[in-house]
Design a protein around this ligand. Structure first.
Ligand SMILES: [Cu+2]
Length: 69
């Protein structure tokens, strides 16, 4: 399954990870979200990932997307 990894800052704890996971999971085409707090990384998997919508969901959750990794 295709994956895209993003550099995201502002995540500090498990609650942040849960929040991002919930928001991004709601984006259509997304089937999995994995957050690595130590790496400031969010990995999204899915067959029809919409980069713009994934980034918007992260931003709306209150975190900053700096780059696709
Ligand atoms: Cu937190």
């Amino acid at each position: 399954m295709p994956e895209q990894r993003y550099h995201v800052t502002g995540m500090t704890c498990a609650h942040c990870a849960d929040h991002i996971t919930r928001e991004v999971t709601q984006v259509s085409g997304v089937s999995g979200v994995s957050v690595d707090l130590a790496e400031n990384a969010v990995t999204v998997s899915g067959t029809a990932l919409d980069d713009t919508r994934v980034r918007a969901a992260i931003t709306e959750a209150g975190y900053a997307v700096h780059a696709a990794l």
